[in-house]
Ligand binder design. Sequence first.
Ligand SMILES: C[S@@+](CC[C@H](N)C(=O)[O-])C[C@H]1O[C@@H](n2cnc3c(N)ncnc32)[C@H](O)[C@@H]1O
Length: 337
Amino acid sequence: MKDFSSFKDSAHYPVMLKEVMKVCSPEKGGLFLDCTFGCGGYSNAILSFPKTRVIAIDRDSQTKKYAIQTEKNFKNRFTFHNIKFSELNKSIGENTKLDYIIFDLGLSSLQILDLKRGFSFNSKNKLDMGMGINSLTAHQVINSFDLKTLTNILRFFGEEEASYKIAKNIIKKRNTGQIKLTTDLVNIIKSSKKKNFKKKINISTKTFQALRIFVNKEISELIEGLIKASKFLKSGGKIVVVSFHSIEDKIVKFFFTNFSNNKPKLSRYFPETKVEKTLFKNYSNKIIRPTRKEIEINNASRSAKLRFAVRNKEEFFYPKNLKDRFSYYLELENSHV
Ligand SMILES: C[S@@+](CC[C@H](N)C(=O)[O-])C[C@H]1O[C@@H](n2cnc3c(N)ncnc32)[C@H](O)[C@@H]1O
């Protein structure tokens, strides 16, 4: 096995790099789509094998500088597009089929550590939270959304138990002036929740996660991205997803399980007669987790889950049921444009 340790010195520590490489076997070559280029950890590792070609996308324009470097290092084998998952078709020719499509979800260290972007509750900056190509900022959400929508955002996307109380205190505070900074929001959260010393996560984590998901329409993006990816995947090609929170994992698991040849006979979610067609070979429901050593080196990897599915020979069809199943998230994300 190749030593990938040098890729860990990049601006973002690529989570589960070894495991992703094992699933993708870049030593055999092939055409890859890296849907989350970030600082290029995965793309560069793949391209270090000579018979590979990589198309990469990322919604964050700040990643372009890393892409330019990768382009220089791997001439004619790498292209980059500053677009979102939902537009991934724009990076591929209509008849092109890919061997591997990879999603490494969430934020890069580059984004979290840039305090101006307001992702971190340790920053004292403007509430923004956009990953790139956004139509909304967290500031707009916090300062203009009604009580019910704010409560639902925090409840559904953050699984925050104090969602109503926090939303109510947001409205109360903004009646006295705009809520501008991340610190203002942190203070509202602190005044709305009792500190639970048994809980390991920060008191603000769930609210910040919820706002980030909403502002970036992460659920709509993931669902549309998975669907488009399966359209461009070769028969025998793999779709690989590293996810970090339970909503993402629930969606990936549902997609791979219910559209595979061994899909459950009696689905809880829709009558079998409605889903005759499939997209994937038998799905084993196997989850690959980071090693203890990786978690020690990079604590951010602790919640990572890697799943992959193999495309079968069936012709592509639009798996509408995936959207139907998660319609409550999609409706919430798309209720305010
Ligand atoms: C965890 S980082 C990926 C890190 C990368 N694997 C590496 O090794 O450097 C996730 C990246 O995906 C991008 N991203 C998240 N959602 C996206 C979307 N819907 N469309 C395109 N890029 C997205 C983010 O901007 C971020 O740069």
